[in-house]
Design a protein around this ligand. Sequence first.
Ligand code: 0XW
Ligand code: MG
Length: 368
Amino acid sequence: MINEIRVYAVPLSAETKYTMSSSNVATPMSTIVEVVDSDGFVGYGEACLASPQFQPAHNDGVRASLAVLAPSILGLDPMQFTVVNAAMNRALTGHAEGKAALDIACWDLAGKRLEQSVVDMLGGAQMDDVLTYHVVGIDAPDAAAATAVRLQEDGITRLQLKAGGRGIHEDIASIHAVAEVLRPGTDLAVDTNRGWSTAEAIQVSNACRDITMSMEQPCATEAELHQVKAQIVHPIIVDESSTGIDAVARMISNGLADGFGLKATRLGGLTAMRAVRDLCMATRTPMSSDDAWGGDIIAAAGVALGATLDPQFSRGAWLAHPYHQTHYDEANGPRIENGFATLPAGGPGLGLVLEAGQFGDPVAVYRT
Ligand code: 0XW
Ligand code: MG
């Protein structure tokens, strides 16, 4: 049974400039949880929001939510994910990010108990190395194109160009500049992180009608996405509006979503991601397995889930470490080579080797 939960705060500064329509990423404080059971097995989970503007949650709030969530699962069997999640949902409405950190730690711990990898517990890998996608930030057209060239030289075949938060003529110029340097086989998504009005989204789509690309979360709300859907020529990928399995099911069945950008921390962890994955795969709906920001723990969870996707319906995984260059496990933390992320090979669970005390003093400790 779970008898101790320790919480750590770890800064993960963006060393490479990282820009979105709503915000620039500065120094997000990642929340790491260490869940210990009565036999001394330890599991790790993590949640980290890129910026307070990105989605309705923030990093101090994650740690505040744990003051309610952690005590609610003390004494429970960490292998019983359904029971653990039900207890957290009874204790606190919402706050999926704190729930995700604890849920992921339970998967890691359960894997160590079972001597199985989280990938195998999720059903097994359909890819050994996981396709990744990379961001081209908000920039002048020539600078954005230069980044796109460099990323493709590094073997990247999936680009996410950020847009929004400035005049749409600048966005349109950057989209055209990047499109001109795309190699055959490179996929382009233009992501405004909720940045355009409906009129702007329609204008951009029309101005880029000859470009093969998708539009990721072009507007802020599901209602606005519906409004633009009939008037744009590009597929819609839903990111910020995919807040839970109910929203995902609705947007698949009403035809709004052509694909999803999914994050374990927004959905509530690997248990929730597994359910949404099964829904997406059963309905042949492409999805990515990424997260807002974070280190090796959330990356290992994202890559594990990403490896289990049917390759035809995988939009890839996104990892933050190329931007903050921090590894918790230098040897096993997921690496990207030639556009693919490796699965951590450090043993069962998430496959990372983490040491007690490596994250400094806990900011909170909860005990039975
Ligand atoms: C590229 N991401 C997965 C990471 C950022 O924090 C935001 C995000 C997205 O697709 O919006
Ligand atoms: Mg997005």
